[in-house]
Design a protein around this ligand. Structure first.
Ligand SMILES: Cc1cc2nc3c(=O)[nH]c(=O)nc-3n(C[C@H](O)[C@H](O)[C@H](O)COP(=O)(O)OP(=O)(O)OC[C@H]3O[C@@H](n4cnc5c(N)ncnc54)[C@H](O)[C@@H]3O)c2cc1C
Length: 495
């Protein structure tokens, strides 16, 4: 008889793990507290305006392709990945703009037009970032690094012996500044630290692999909307025999001193020797696991990553100045991060990200309208912020700032509005203190201290998702699902 695995949470990490486990012959039962799967990768629709509520840019698409191959399917039969050009339009505080591109020559020319001579700096920076990716990806992204025997591979030795080559001592900002002299480009490349929820003025320069992942490997949009990925993963999971229960929160992970033995759902015990938990690890320990006080204390003192505030606006107007992805920078980035991470308040003058999928998928908005997903970086929850007040302050700030760009968007044009604050990320998806990417990488040690995919104090308990290794973002949470599933399969001697 096949072993049973209970999967808690239907986020992309746990869902990917569930698919692999089912394919490997396990009996898999998945419980999701919300009415649909996908977790933070979700969608919202109102009056003909359709929004992706979470991820808008897809990277490392080979990770998705590999999951399809694993189940014997062809990704391109169900999902089309579009390489957008420009990838993103940047608006700087001095009124200049830059369109970024995956095409290196085009990108170098665009940078040289903005800041003469900096095109070469970009090429050098990309080569440097590629080198870090080559040194780190196998070991830090594709391997469960907490499993010592797996680290002892011969080809990992050069990296382990030359850790200085991955630039772990300087910060992202210090490194970016050593390549670029133009303050706008420094701000642009600093921003990539936020893609894993961190502060560029604190996070180690190793995170410079993120711009390489976007420019070297490509940044993509999924035709039809990012949520298509969840829909397709759900259909694969069902086909592989995963039993999916939505609107069904797991109440407790049951255990004795050392071993888990069940999960309680609807006040009924489901016996199992294996749990793959896709809920934020700190929340799982705080709410689902009794005892284990030391582990709880450890997890609760780790600094959470950035949170966000999102305005999904159905706008009865078409903008000619905006592209599919847009970033409107604040004039003082250091101040913005100090306010977010040190003062833990909503920034006075935030950098604004706007994604408009109707530019690529016209049916995501009525013919005379556009669907604006407008996002600001925000501090994680600290019990002292007033999110109602911050929401109305941020709303006015954004609208005023967009006026300065000549985007005449006033209240009258906003037909549909849906807002997500850090409190919503906490309440809706169970993200610890509203953090979007698990723990932050705001110091050299935390960057390499994400919790493991296998629990050390409870046998049979495994973790997937953005709060566990290797971190947040769609490809990484899918890798966490893969690692957790493989560790369970190894334990059962299936692989
Ligand atoms: C606004 C925003 C923008 C983003 N942009 C990008 C981007 O452009 N590119 C990118 O790659 N990533 C992006 N991300 C990050 C990405 O969305 C996350 O890293 C990823 O989706 C997290 O997946 P996860 O597996 O950790 O699960 P989560 O999405 O955290 O889902 C966890 C699930 O567990 C469920 N759950 C919680 N408690 C229980 C319980 N007791 N019982 C049952 N179920 C439970 C929740 O309801 C939820 O469905 C963005 C995120 C946000 C919010």
């Amino acid at each position: 008889m096949s072993s049973k695995v209970v999967v808690i949470g239907g986020g992309v990490g746990a869902l990917s793990g569930a698919i692999r486990l089912a394919k490997m012959g396990f009996e898999v039962e998945l419980f999701e507290k919300n009415s649909e799967l996908g977790g933070k990768m979700n969608e919202y629709e109102d009056l003909g305006y359709r929004f992706d509520t979470g991820p808008s840019l897809l990277t490392m698409t080979h990770v998705i392709d590999e999951l399809f191959e694993f189940v014997g399917a062809n990704r391109s039969d169900s999902l089309e990945f579009l390489s957008l050009d420009p990838i993103c339009r940047y608006f700087f505080a001095d009124g200049t703009t830059l369109d970024t591109s995956n095409d290196q020559e085009k990108m170098v020319n665009a940078i040289d037009n903005l800041a003469p001579g900096q095109g070469t700096a970009y090429k050098n920076f990309l080569n440097y970032a590629q080198r870090i990716y080559q040194l780190t990806a196998d070991i830090f992204l594709f391997t469960p690094i907490h499993e010592l025997p797996k680290l002892m591979k011969r080809n990992y030795l050069p990296t382990l012996l030359q850790l200085n080559q991955i630039d772990p001592i300087r910060t992202v900002h210090q490194s970016v500044k050593s390549f670029f002299s133009d303050h706008r480009l420094i701000q642009l490349f600093d921003r990539y630290a936020t893609y894993n929820g961190s502060n560029p003025f604190k996070a180690p320069a190793t995170l410079n692999i993120i711009p390489y992942v976007e420019f070297g490997l490509g940044g993509f949009y999924i035709q039809g909307g990012m949520y298509r990925l969840v829909e397709v993963l759900e259909s694969i999971a069902l086909k592989e025999g995963v039993q999916i229960h939505t609107n069904t929160p797991a109440e407790k992970i049951l255990h004795d001193q050392t071993q888990i033995h069940g999960v309680s759902v609807n006040r009924t015990v489901i016996p199992t020797n294996y749990v793959l938990c896709g809920v934020d690890i700190t929340v799982a320990y705080n709410q689902l696991i009794d005892g284990k006080t030391k582990r709880k204390q450890y997890l609760n003192q780790l600094e959470p990553s950035l949170s966000g505030m999102v305005f999904m606006w159905g706008i009865r107007k078409k903008s000619t100045k905006l592209s599919h992805h847009n970033i409107v920078f604040s004039p003082n980035y250091q101040l913005e991060f100090d306010q977010i991470f040190k003062d833990q308040v909503a920034p006075k003058d935030p950098t604004i990200y706007i994604a408009i999928t109707s530019k690529t998928d016209p049916d995501h908005a009525p013919s005379q309208g556009e669907n604006w997903f407008t996002m600001l970086n925000m501090p994680y929850l600290n019990n002292q912020q007033d999110w109602n007040a911050e929401t109305s302050r941020m709303r006015s700030t954004i609208l005023a700032k967009l006026q300065t760009l000549g985007l005449d968007i006033t209240d009258d044009y906003i037909e549909v509005e849906k807002v997500h604050t850090p409190e919503d990320y906490d309440n809706i998806y169970g993200s610890h203190r509203g953090s979007i990417y698990g723990i932050s990488s705001n110091s050299r040690s935390t960057a390499f201290r994400r919790p493991a995919n296998r629990s050390r104090n409870l046998k049979g308990l495994y973790f997937a998702g953005g709060s566990s290794h290797p971190g947040g973002g769609i490809p990484l949470v899918m890798l966490s699902g893969k690692m957790a599933a493989e560790l369970i399969a190894e334990k059962e001697k299936i692989i």
